[in-house]
Design a protein around this ligand. Structure first.
Ligand code: PDD
Length: 287
């Protein structure tokens, strides 16, 4: 089956999909993105991602290229045309095409919009979640606006590559105080040695994860208490359990940090339960 991509108003064969060389996303990483998990052909946590997209665009003073309803049509059509039932849909919006100049184009130019979708083998990812995954840690080297979901991801790319080389799925950034900020493409959580479920508060310089937000609601419903406060790498290494959340990994148990086993090297029961609960909720509310 041939893949297709959405590029500025048209669906084109994936292999031929292209943007201009003077697109500001290409020249300056002057753009933002979102990723939705797809369950049964529908978008998970749809509104949360739309809200964050609008916020990211607002922070960069990029005029939204279309309203939510139109965007939902584009995303769902990308999903449908690629015959994705279980997978991901990606959206990127940049400031558009203009002769290279650091300052914004004047007058404003139309934003560039692209979308792609691909399938995920849930049997494979469920098996991985059963086993759990490893993380390594790297120094926090990113800018002070990690709350904006920009395509400027070079520190994340380098951290992820370091993880991949070490046989880990994720790299956690650790700041100068020894506190874990978040993963290269996920939020970080632990159950500390006193049994408290913890993840960093979103006042910190991290992305306000939408999977995180939905999981917080699920946890409140289940009567699970969460402490939204930072944890150190030392606390993480002594934690009872650890896991990460994101549209790509959903809720993924972590079984080692820098080579040191967590929960005896096995996926923790709470993390596994939260994964199941999150997926049930995301499937139930997907649109
Ligand atoms: N990444 N932190 C960072 C730095 C991320 O890039 C992501 C998501 C998250 C989790 O956010 P959410 O739960 O909304 O997916 C946290 C996406 C999946 C990516 O870059 O592919």
């Amino acid at each position: 089956m041939s893949r297709v991509a959405y590029v500025n108003g048209r669906f084109v064969p994936h292999g031929e999909a292209a943007v201009h060389i003077e697109d500001r996303g290409f020249q300056f990483a002057d753009g933002v993105y979102e990723v939705w998990a797809v369950f049964g052909g529908a978008l998970a946590d749809a509104e949360g991602h739309f809200e964050r997209l609008e916020r990211s665009l607002g922070e960069l003073s990029i005029t939204p290229p279309m309203g939510r309803a139109a965007l939902a049509v584009v995303l769902k059509e990308t999903v449908r045309r690629n015959r994705v039932r279980e997978g991901l849909v990606y959206l990127q919006v940049t400031r558009g095409v203009a002769p290279r100049d650091h300052a914004f184009p004047k007058p404003e130019v139309p934003a560039s919009v692209i979308s792609t979708a691909h399938s995920i083998d849930r049997a494979l990812t469920e098996a991985r979640a059963e086993r759990g995954a490893a993380v390594i840690t790297v120094p926090e080297t990113r800018w002070a606006r990690c709350d904006i979901k920009t395509v400027g991801l070079l520190p994340n790319v380098l951290a992820k590559q370091q993880a991949r080389k070490a046989g880990a799925v994720e790299a956690w950034f650790v700041d100068e105080l020894g506190l874990v900020t978040e993963g290269a493409s996920s939020n970080a959580w632990i159950i500390d040695k006193s049994g408290a479920l913890r993840t960093r508060d979103t006042q910190a310089n991290i992305l306000r994860g939408i999977t995180r937000e939905t999981l917080l609601k699920v946890m409140a419903r289940e009567g699970l208490k969460l402490e939204e406060r930072p944890f150190s790498l030392e606390e993480a290494k002594e934690a009872k359990e650890a896991f990460i959340t994101g549209a790509g990994t959903l809720v993924l148990p972590i079984v080692s940090i820098d080579g040191r086993p967590v929960n005896g090297g096995e996926a923790g029961p709470v993390a596994k339960r939260l994964r199941r609960l999150y997926i049930e909720e995301a499937r139930r509310t997907a649109i």
